[in-house]
Design a protein. Structure first.
Length: 210
């Protein structure tokens, strides 16, 4: 059953929220130390409207990261549920993860605020889905034997650091280097990788506020 359209005031509030989150992503990925007023200015909304929705910068950062994590979980869940070829499901997931820009939030915002218990729960869920997807991929024999699931997380983070030009140019470059990274992940008889993959502790410790 289709949802009833929002009233004028509620529709404007929803639109403001979209503008605020988009602006917050741009502002804080560029500079995690930026003041919340910079987000209001970028979004084109009054500071009072922003504070009504997000009483503090920490609350805004938590919500921003929760939204990014939700997009990531949606992508990895779709890959886990895909009954087709495991490698193709993995490639589609990686493409969606790059385009969601959720790893850019991790790179820039880890350790800058205190995550909520809900955020930790969702991160744990994402980790379980990652393990399920990677286990299926490994069982298929499509991925090189010395790759571990946490290697994938850092590949996504490395791609997220690419910044040349505007957003569209950055996405185009990330897609380009994702294609190169995927070739490196495939089981092609390449030389053994030097050093171990990152541990769960190394990845999660970054979220402890510094």
């Amino acid at each position: 059953m289709p949802q009833a359209p929002l009233s004028g005031r509620r529709a404007q509030a929803a639109r403001n929220d979209e503008l605020i989150l988009e602006a917050a992503r741009e502002v804080f990925v560029a500079n995690p130390e930026a003041p919340i007023a910079a987000v209001a200015e970028r979004a084109g909304v009054g500071i009072s409207a922003l504070y009504r929705r997000y009483p503090s910068k920490e609350e805004l950062l938590r919500h921003l990261c929760a939204e990014g994590l939700a997009r990531y979980v949606e992508a990895v869940q779709a890959a886990v549920d895909d009954p087709g070829d495991p490698w193709e499901a993995f490639v589609t997931f990686m493409q969606r993860a790059v385009e969601s820009e959720s790893s850019a939030l991790t790179v820039r915002l880890a350790g800058t605020f205190e995550p909520s218990e809900e955020l930790y729960r969702e991160a744990a869920r994402a980790g379980e889905l990652n393990e399920e997807l990677f286990g299926r991929l490994r069982a298929s024999g499509a991925v090189r034997a010395d790759i571990e699931v946490n290697d994938v997380a850092l590949v996504l983070e490395q791609l997220a650091t690419i910044k040349l030009g505007d957003r569209e140019r950055n996405l185009a470059l990330r897609r380009r280097y994702l294609a190169l990274a995927l070739d490196g992940l495939r089981a092609t008889g390449a030389a053994e990788l030097p050093g171990p993959a990152p541990t769960d502790e190394e990845l999660s410790d970054r979220w402890q506020r510094r």
